[in-house]
Design a protein around this ligand. Structure first.
Ligand SMILES: [Zn+2]
Length: 238
């Protein structure tokens, strides 16, 4: 798709949405101006994850995120707040059904010290409640929802991802499940806790090619993949 002809068109919620030239497949792409984030926090027990632990880590080709659970185990964390890991804009907020459950994706603009701007997505899955809507601007540490069970599929926990590929969306099966498309979340966050921030960047927002609960691609649902039990610290180094 091309983003070369940006024309102001509509204002949605608190964000200014720009219309951009349509993609080759005919769907319109949009973009939103968002602030560069001033850093990243953990998505539970803000800002450092206090009171929670990762019981299943990031593991390429098996588990593309981290599963956060309350120290009390089981469903002790059901209904606990889940926080935006950084400033950004909501690019997906839907109940995807039994696989993801309630799912939120937030897009962030990041400029590491001395580096070029990166655009990344943070993913919050299996939520009990969603507190934010599509295209809503969120602040680092703002509650975006609550920890849930994906409609009873799992013991309550947060599945959290950070993605470098902005096209994945809810239907991730056609994307390589490795570092070409994903970051190891705690590794990513630990290197970006405090950033300069300041300024703003225009980012595309409807990059999932029409995916949604009613799309044909969603009908089959994303299938969870069996994951070998493994020390998350090893997985982070894999
Ligand atoms: Zn998970």
């Amino acid at each position: 798709m091309r983003y070369d002809s940006v024309i102001p068109l509509v204002r949605v919620l608190t964000a200014t949405v720009l219309w951009v030239s349509g993609g080759a497949s005919g769907w319109a792409a949009h973009s939103i101006r968002i602030p560069l984030t001033d850093g990243f926090d953990q998505p539970v027990g803000k800002p450092d994850g206090n009171g929670y632990y990762v019981f299943r880590g990031f593991y390429p080709n098996a588990h593309m995120g981290e599963d956060w659970n309350g120290n009390g185990g089981g469903n002790s964390d059901l209904g606990d707040p889940v926080y935006a890991t950084a400033d950004g804009v909501v690019v997906y907020s839907e109940d995807y059904g039994r696989s993801w459950g309630n799912l939120i994706i937030v897009r962030h603009a990041v400029r590491p010290p001395g580096g070029a701007v990166q655009i990344v997505d943070s993913v919050y899955a299996h939520l009990d409640k969603r507190h934010v809507r599509l295209y809503q601007m969120v602040k680092r540490g703002q509650s975006v929802g609550t920890i849930g069970t994906a409609h009873g599929r799992y013991a309550a926990h947060l599945h959290f991802e950070i993605r470098k590929n902005l096209q994945i969306g809810p239907q991730q099966t056609s994307f390589a499940r490795d570092y070409t498309n994903y970051f190891s979340p705690r590794q990513f966050i630990s290197q970006r806790r405090q950033l300069g921030g300041g300024g703003a960047v225009v980012v595309p927002v409807d990059t999932f090619n029409g995916q949604g609960p009613s799309s044909p691609a969603a009908a089959g649902g994303a299938k969870p993949v069996p994951v070998p039990v493994r020390d998350p610290r090893e997985a982070a180094k894999a």
